[in-house]
Design a protein. Sequence first.
Length: 358
Amino acid sequence: MPVAKDTKNYSQVVRSVLTPQEFGKDLYRSTNLWKPYGTRGIFGGHIVSQALMAAYQTVASEFGLNSLHSYFVLPAKKDIPTEYYVTRERDGRTFATRTVHTKQNGATIFVIICSFQREEMSHISHQTKMPDTPTPDEVLESTTDSAKKFHSSRILGDSDLPIPIVNRTIHIDHDPENPIASRLSWVRVNCDLDGLEPLYHQAMTVFLSDFLLAKTGLFPYITSLKGNTSTSLTESDKESPEAQFEFQFMVSLDHSVWFHNIRDVSKWMLYEMETTWGDNGRVLCHGRLYSSIDGSLIASTSQEALCRYRPKAGANVTFKNQDGTSVFPPALFERPAPKYCGKLSPVPNANIIQTSKL
């Protein structure tokens, strides 16, 4: 599918969507947070990206983001001004640290701490290898006509977000006897971003990283009775306590990103995601974003999410068996050994990836 071509300046659109406006020293405000259709609240990735851009405006230009760690404290509301209060924790020769408290009506709804690093020569260079997968076009060719229409459209459908985003998830057969705890998806911004500064590509990568990650925590249950989407109790459901529950909602509790390289987000990126744990109403997921151009590891991500189930109408069950054990038995997953590529010895200057350039 070709990149969208129209007269709109999408680079300026991205700047507008991601950049809060300054209204005092280290103080920023936004009134355009995005609420996806059918969701409970504001999209978390938008808050993370705007808080990052608020922090970015207080550091010297030679510093680039190397990591961020954040917590969602309270639900954000769409029609209330959002204010970002930046604290300059440290300005060192190599690292700068910023904390941003995001508030609505005086209450803190989100907290992020960002670490920025001055680029330096490195004597180590290694990364995990990009998985060998079908290309985005091959994914499209292997799907049905209805699936092709879905994978060729915006990931967000007819939303009011002015940035077109698409993804193509690589199909994996789900066997209830051997549940899968991971997934792979190609993702990109589907428009021309000529002239967009690297820090905005970085912020947009953060934005994209929040779309698919947490839902990976539900993948082990897609074909099991726990994934039953029926909201009413059936006769077959009565045979299993697990099937008498329905999915209620999922919300992000936190979000962390470690940056390794900056790449153009209008080019396909492979998002490798897995869930390593789920219990006590929470799931933990991890991700790795790779460039389709050179296979470089762009970013690593982690996220914990709250996941709620409830008994179906007419069900007479609890979450615990009589002996106190959960009706959701634990699932164990086999993890393949990672494949590494790269060098651990000093490398020539030509092999150093310049993170200041796309």
